[in-house]
Design a protein around this ligand. Structure first.
Ligand code: F6P
Length: 331
């Protein structure tokens, strides 16, 4: 009998998840396995929301953002009873291996299932790019391109009205999105959780830039930065920073929180290729009987890592990008 494998997407959706699902299904069929779709992540798994999936069912999805498998966060799965129920559903439906496409929270869930006896392989997909053991996670490239497009548009208005624009981007506790899109979008200031900031210095930087002839400024703020010290109002850091800049410099300042538009849209070439490669290797690992692994792409080579090892590592940010941005905006 063909080996039955389940695939689910979990946590925040990321562009490229569909490309990964498509490859999982087709590569599984190529290896004579029987792919099953599990809907709504761990939430759906607990409820037994699963069915066999055909090659045709994943036609026409490579270009679509989001996830056709849906995604959900599950409080029940965090409990031992919830995980036992999930394990029960997998065995009841004859699933021998499970592929989890998601972020580190989803990986922790996969590890818990492995401890209960399930074979699991994880594929990193989150716009935050905060997973260690891979240079990039699926969805990050599309998200930073989305942000860059938005900043290009904001720049038109910023230059026309000679304003300061504070742009808040996602990333949870990671500064990856802010740093990459800030550098690519030509931001004057980039604030990320990894580097403490002094809001008075930010004001000085903006004043200096304007004295040098700049008539508008873009300040990129990662959602995970600390609030303005001493004047924390409980609002988002970008609101506090924007208000402070307006008060201290007198420059007309606007705050734009980009929100979920960052997470949507057709995946870029990079994300489609990354998703396809990682998903193919996931099936190969299953074919070889492996379990408890996460796949990553490091220096353009696909590698597998022990899941428990990967989860214990800190994802490092390349601060060369930060220093480069500071140099470019100080001249
Ligand atoms: O993890 C992806 C992400 O988009 C983060 O950048 C952000 O903090 C969070 O998810 C938002 O979560 P939700 O979509 O549940 O509001």
């Amino acid at each position: 009998m063909a080996k039955r494998i389940g695939v689910l997407t979990s946590g925040g959706d990321a562009p490229g998840m569909n490309a990964a699902v498509r490859t999982v299904v087709r590569a599984a069929l190529h290896y004579n396995m029987e792919p099953w779709a599990i809907y709504r992540g761990y939430h759906g798994l607990i409820r037994g929301e699963m069915e066999p999936v055909s090659s045709r069912a994943v036609s026409g999805i490579i270009q679509r953002g989001g996830t056709i498998l849906k995604s959900a966060r599950s409080d029940q799965f965090r409990t031992p009873e919830g995980r036992a129920k999930a394990m029960d559903m997998l065995t009841k439906n004859g699933i021998e291996s499970l592929i989890v496409i998601g972020g580190d929270g989803s990986f922790a869930g996969a590890l818990a299932l492995e401890e209960l006896g399930m074979k699991v392989i994880c594929i990193p997909a989150t716009i935050d790019n905060d997973i260690a053991c891979t240079d990039y996670s699926i969805g990050f490239d599309t998200a930073v391109n989305n942000v860059m497009d938005a900043v290009n548009k904001i720049r038109d208005t910023a230059s026309s009205h000679e304003r300061v624009y504070v742009v808040e981007v996602m990333g949870r506790d990671s500064g990856y999105i802010a740093l990459y899109s800030g550098l690519a979008g030509g931001a004057d200031v980039i604030l990320i959780p990894e580097v403490p900031y002094d809001v008075d210095q930010v004001c000085q930087q903006i004043r200096r830039a304007n004295e040098q002839g700049k008539t508008y400024n873009i300040v990129m703020v990662a959602e995970g930065v600390k609030p303005v010290s001493g004047v924390d109002t409980g609002e988002s850091p970008s609101m506090q920073i924007g208000r402070y800049i307006q008060e201290k410099t007198g420059y007309d300042t606007r705050i734009t929180i980009l929100g979920h538009i960052q997470r949507g849209g057709a995946p870029t070439v990079r994300d489609r290729l990354l998703a396809s490669r990682l998903a193919y290797h996931a099936i190969e690992l299953i074919y070889q009987g492996k379990s408890g692994k996460m796949l990553g792409e490091v220096d353009q080579v696909v590698k597998s890592f022990d899941l428990s090892y990967a989860l214990a590592q800190e994802k490092e940010l390349n601060l060369d990008y930060y220093h480069l941005s500071n140099i470019l905006s100080s001249i």
